[in-house]
Design a protein around this ligand. Structure first.
Ligand code: SAH
Length: 386
């Protein structure tokens, strides 16, 4: 295993090597790992049971918080967004979503079974946290601001983990992080190694990490990545697939990656995903007016999903400045949903959470910002050609 450059991204065995290199006792490795991943401490100076010289050595070896909070916004529905600043000018938003009792998309991306909940514990508000894996995105989906912005850079595992650790510090005492969804900016499976490392760090038993069943990775449908994720985590990590179309004609048009991994191959990858019993794959379907939202497409979707253990999240498209596409009327959404329900496909319409803080899917303000900058660059380039 290659040792991660960034200390926050190190696994315990890598910390042991690092401690050895610093001339420290091996047990310090677990101690530091727990400070970071169990207690969320990202500053060596706050690791109170380490000697001053060790703290100094850690800092000298490049240990520093991978992110800092630049801004915080709260919406009336309780959704909060943290804007985090990372190295080299990269920025990401983490969205903290309190789950109300309505079966909402993000809740339904999470496992139905709650056997590890303590029934005697006082009821806490369950939080779903949405994190990013890249700054921008290379997938090019036409309805998504990140896709239109293009990829700036992938985030390191430590930057992904920092989003979780920092967001946890912004929870209220009555709130508890229950589910983690990799549904922010970027394509997690296009950046597989760092994504997988982040999951290993977040679920590590040494720091009493979260159960992998509470983590859901959302993908445009990168077939080899789905297979790797399934094999590496034994199917325990939840999988969500952005399908958005029941056939290749529509999907090719709105999701360029479909030309590389067409629907038959994607469906095969989903059938082969080693899903534990009682778990289902989440199918995300963003409804775009006049594009993929007709009753005919709903019927086609029913056929396509036949025999697969899935639940469908219907997401009326959130408007973005980079596209003219828009959400269908409520009546069309309802008609689409009716076809699925009547045919025994379990589905939810995702309520628009965090709209007013631009935290809704595909709308993250940072992505919009990137699109604007790209347009400005393109305009400059065009002007210099004339
Ligand atoms: N790259 C991953 C995860 C990031 S996007 C993926 O594609 O799944 C998270 C979800 O938001 C995806 O289902 C994506 O298709 C959807 N999405 C993107 N832009 C949207 C928009 N403008 N309106 C509604 N959903 C959108």
């Amino acid at each position: 295993m290659t040792t991660s450059v960034d200390p926050v991204g190190r696994l315990p065995e890598e910390w042991r090597e690092a401690m050895q290199a610093l001339g420290e006792k091996p047990f310090r490795a677990e101690q530091v790992f727990r400070w970071i991943h169990e207690r969320g401490v990202l500053d060596p100076d706050q690791m109170s049971d380490l000697s001053k010289p060790l703290r100094e050595k850690l800092k000298a070896s490049g240990f520093a918080p991978p992110a800092r909070v630049a801004d915080k916004h709260a919406a009336a529905d309780g959704t909060r967004k943290l804007v985090l600043e990372l190295a080299n000018g990269a920025r990401v938003e983490c969205v903290i979503i309190p789950m109300t009792d309505v079966p909402d998309a993000d809740a339904s991306a999470a496992p139905e079974d709650d056997e590890d909940d303590d029934p005697t514990a006082p009821e806490k508000t369950r939080i779903t946290l949405c994190v990013s894996t890249q700054y921008g995105c290379a997938m090019g989906c036409v309805f998504c601001a990140s896709g239109q912005a293009g990829l700036q850079r992938g985030l390191t595992a430590s930057e992904v983990v920092a989003q979780v650790l920092i967001s946890k510090q912004h929870l209220e005492p009555h709130e508890e992080l229950k589910n983690l969804v990799f549904m922010g900016m970027g394509e997690p499976l296009h950046h597989y190694d760092e994504t997988a490392r982040a999951i290993r760090l977040l679920t590590h038993p040494t720091a009493r990490g979260m159960s992998p069943r509470r983590i859901t990775v959302s993908t445009v449908g990168l077939v080899p990545g789905i297979a790797r994720l399934g094999a590496d985590f034994g199917g325990k990590v939840g999988l969500a697939v952005s399908l958005h179309a029941p056939n290749d004609i529509i999907r090719d048009r709105i999701m360029p990656m479909n030309r590389k991994y067409p629907i038959v191959e994607l469906m095969r990858a989903l059938r082969e995903y080693p899903l534990p019993q009682r778990r289902r794959i989440t199918i995300e379907y963003t409804l775009m007016d006049g594009v993929n939202d007709g009753v005919a497409e709903a019927r086609e979707l029913v056929q396509l999903l036949r025999g697969l253990r899935v639940k469908v999240n219907l997401i009326p498209m959130n408007p973005i400045s980079a596209s003219e596409l828009k959400a269908p009327s409520g009546a069309r959404v309802a008609a689409f949903q009716r076809v699925l329900s009547e045919n025994g496909v379990s589905c939810f319409v995702r309520t628009r959470r965090g709209d007013e803080v631009s935290a809704a899917c595909g709308q993250l303000a940072i992505a919009d910002d990137l699109v604007r900058k790209k347009r400005e660059r393109d305009a400059l380039r065009d002007a210099s050609k004339q």
